[in-house]
Unconditional design. Structure first.
Length: 468
């Protein structure tokens, strides 16, 4: 119903739109060359349609964002907010005649406060840039998506992203204390707080986190920080089956251990990483489990966890001796998705989160699905929180293989729901998983979400066609 109110503008209307935008923006902030704007049309997801935007706008100030939204509202032009477009669900894909609002130029760290343990940043700040900046103050910003060298804080907030450290430190939503948001009509609203505690009114901050730009444009964020932990040490454990590795995960968590990282790579992923980077990982293993601790005595924690891995059937347990060796093991995990993409040239990266107790069933099910569709599907997982990334490798030029890839992707999501899980743990819904969101939350849930959208965006201008 919301989408039906929006129509692609005519050439005359587009000309008026560009003139109106330029009236309140620097000349270099409005891009209209089709050869340039097409590069802003999509994120990194497969099977997600994208159409040509009327313009790409790159504001540098809050007032410029407000100007864009006032023009968009007056002319009834849809707006697609964008960060670095490293997303994997089509959430930043543009629609015909829209404004692509890229926030990458708003990239200032405005404040780092060691006493209050907060950072105040603009949405275009790169995750890794913020992490290194706060480290210089003895502080730590935990969320670390695999794309942390490229992805922006605004994009992280939009998709409620996670990362390798979530098992101990949680996801982005747990670090967003307050937001400055430009609403669809151009009004500026502040939510949340910068104090350690605060429960005044509805938690609108949490509502915006994960909303994928469908409720408002985040133009500033107050983020919680932690004291910088000691350097972590990593342990690698080989298993003769994925089930045994998942059993080890259950033993570790049931034993009360709090690893800073607990990651799993199946044999397909291990082989892909070796083929790409020649890292010498043990290809005889069926599953490789990486555990890390950043405690005062990480070596002792690794010994305890290593014993649990052996009880679960680990064929070999190798603790790292130092930070350099630990980083080498983590680099192998970070290369997983890039390595799997090299297998066939294209991937569909699923993002299904299941209860830890059912992780083994999830991996076994993915293996059956891969055999059914005669596809290579590698699994890497944030095993400590049950967030799996089954990655379907296929040749995009092969129509039959592409069809099988899409069908296998859907079966994997159905499996996740069957096991009591969710269709996305950190990548968002976007275009790719709209149908599956409706299946997960049901018709009443969809209707309530649409009504919330109606309150904040009555004309349906913000990121139309996403989520539901």
């Amino acid at each position: 119903m919301i989408m039906s109110r929006i129509q692609a503008p005519s050439d005359e209307a587009t000309g008026n739109l560009i003139d109106r935008l330029r009236a309140g923006l620097p000349a270099d902030a409005v891009l209209t060359d089709p050869d340039v704007t097409v590069s802003y049309a999509n994120d990194m997801a497969s099977f997600c349609p994208a159409e040509a935007p009327a313009a790409v706008v790159l504001p540098r100030t809050v007032e410029q964002v407000r100007h864009v939204m006032r023009v968009a509202t007056e002319l009834r032009v849809p707006v697609v907010p964008q960060g670095a477009r490293t997303g994997l669900s089509g959430g930043a894909n543009t629609s015909d005649g829209c404004i692509a609002l890229s926030l990458t130029k708003m990239d200032r760290i405005l404040e780092i406060n060691p006493v209050d343990r907060v950072a105040v940043v603009e949405p275009g700040v790169i995750n890794a840039t913020l992490s290194r900046a706060v480290n210089e103050h003895g502080l730590y910003y935990p969320p670390d998506p695999s794309s942390w060298e490229m992805c922006t804080i605004g994009g992280n907030i939009g998709t409620a992203s996670g990362g390798l450290c979530c098992v101990k430190y949680g996801v982005t939503a747990e670090y967003v204390l307050g937001l400055d948001v430009v609403l669809a009509d151009g009004r500026l609203m502040s939510t949340g707080r910068r104090t350690a505690k605060g429960v005044a009114g509805y938690d609108l901050t949490r509502l915006f986190v994960g909303s994928e730009g469908s409720l408002g444009i985040v133009v500033g964020a107050t983020l919680a920080l932690r004291p910088q932990p000691p350097q972590q040490l990593v342990l690698a454990a080989e298993f003769a089956s994925a089930a045994a590795a998942c059993d080890a995960v259950c033993r570790i968590m049931a034993g009360g251990h709090v690893p800073s990282l607990l990651e799993l790579m199946d044999r397909t992923t291990v082989k892909a990483v070796n083929d790409l980077a020649h890292m010498g990982l043990p290809e005889t293993t069926e599953a490789l489990l990486l555990a890390a601790f950043d405690t005062a005595d990480p070596a002792e924690d690794l010994r305890a966890v290593g014993a649990l891995c052996e009880e679960a059937g680990a064929t070999q347990v190798v603790p790292a001796d130092d930070a350099a060796e630990s980083e080498l093991l983590l680099q192998a995990r970070r290369l997983s998705l890039t390595a799997l993409e090299a297998v066939k040239g294209t991937t569909m990266i699923d993002d299904v989160c299941v209860p830890r107790s059912r992780l083994g069933e999830m991996l076994d099910g993915v293996e059956r699905i891969a055999a059914k569709y005669d596809l290579t599907i590698g699994v890497c997982a944030h095993a400590g929180d049950g967030n799996t990334h089954p990655t379907v490798c296929f040749d995009a030029q092969d129509a039959d293989e592409s069809r099988r890839a899409r069908e296998s992707f859907d079966e994997i999501m159905a499996l996740g729901l069957e096991l009591g899980g969710t269709i996305t743990g950190e990548h968002g819904v976007g275009v790719l998983k709209k149908e599956w969101l409706a299946r997960e939350i049901g018709p009443v849930g969809v209707e309530m979400q649409r009504q919330i959208k109606q309150v904040f965006d009555p004309l349906g201008l913000l990121n139309p066609g996403k989520l539901f």
